[in-house]
Design a protein around this ligand. Structure first.
Ligand SMILES: *Cc1c(COP(=O)(O)O)cnc(C)c1O
Length: 222
């Protein structure tokens, strides 16, 4: 079933869109099953869980870990040595700490700014205005161990597809504005959006990374 879902999804992906298989709360056997059919990028959202899985799976060549959830500043040090992409940078303070830990690990850490575009109070992230104010401040330009590579967003949790489309669309417009103002399209090139229930819409709206858990691995055991 894991293999089937991965084939089903990857066959539907247009060129330039990559699947992040969200393996949080699922055992490493599930990750091995996905790896066996060619999946290489996995998303986790808890630093300790990621650390444990990374240690268990170090032998798997080419495996890439993405940290997709809310990241606490005091946890950055655990993942900095090996994480490939941090999807959800939601405060300047977190980016400062990522830069510090990137320096310690002697790496340049690729990061996405998390945009808050959903009609919900509880979600983390910068509003598009806050994100642009942060970029305008230039503070991030001094960070030698961080590379801002794009944005990440979540849509409103609703059945109203026009609202979901609208959320993703706003995220994409911000991405284009920010890129054109501050970055090279060669390095600022990722739009992470779309989960099990809305990834088709996200791809229509320009996603380059889709983060899918439940559809591949089934319901999570908490
Ligand atoms: C858990 C999670 C996902 C995957 O969600 P599914 O609905 O299971 O596909 C995607 N993005 C983030 C940030 C998550 O925490």
């Amino acid at each position: 079933m894991i293999a089937e879902e991965i084939h089903r999804i990857t066959e539907a992906l247009p060129a330039g869109v990559r699947l992040v298989a969200v393996s949080k709360y699922h055992p490493t056997e599930a990750i091995r099953e996905a790896y066996a059919v060619g999946q290489r990028v996995f998303g986790e959202s808890h630093a300790q869980e990621l650390q444990r899985k990374h240690e268990e799976l170090t032998g798997l060549e080419g495996l890439e870990w993405h940290f997709i959830g809310h990241l606490q500043t005091n946890k950055v040090k655990y993942i900095a040595p090996y994480v490939s992409l941090i999807h959800a940078v939601d405060t300047p303070r977190l980016l400062t700490e990522i830069n510090r830990q990137g320096e310690r690990a002697e790496r340049r850490l690729r990061c996405l700014l998390q945009l808050h575009v959903a009609q919900e109070e509880t979600k983390f992230g910068f509003t598009p205005d806050e994100a642009m104010t942060f970029l305008d401040s230039g503070e991030w330009q001094q960070f030698d161990h961080v590379e801002l590579a794009g944005i990440m967003a979540m849509a409103t949790n609703t059945d109203d597809t026009s609202r979901i489309r609208n959320d993703f669309h706003r995220a994409r417009l911000f991405f284009e504005q920010a890129r054109d103002r501050y970055f090279s399209p060669d390095t600022f090139n990722e739009i992470s959006m779309g989960m099990s229930d809305d990834w088709h819409i996200a791809i229509d709206e320009g996603a380059t990374l889709i983060r899918i858990g439940t559809q591949i691995f089934g319901h999570r055991v908490y």
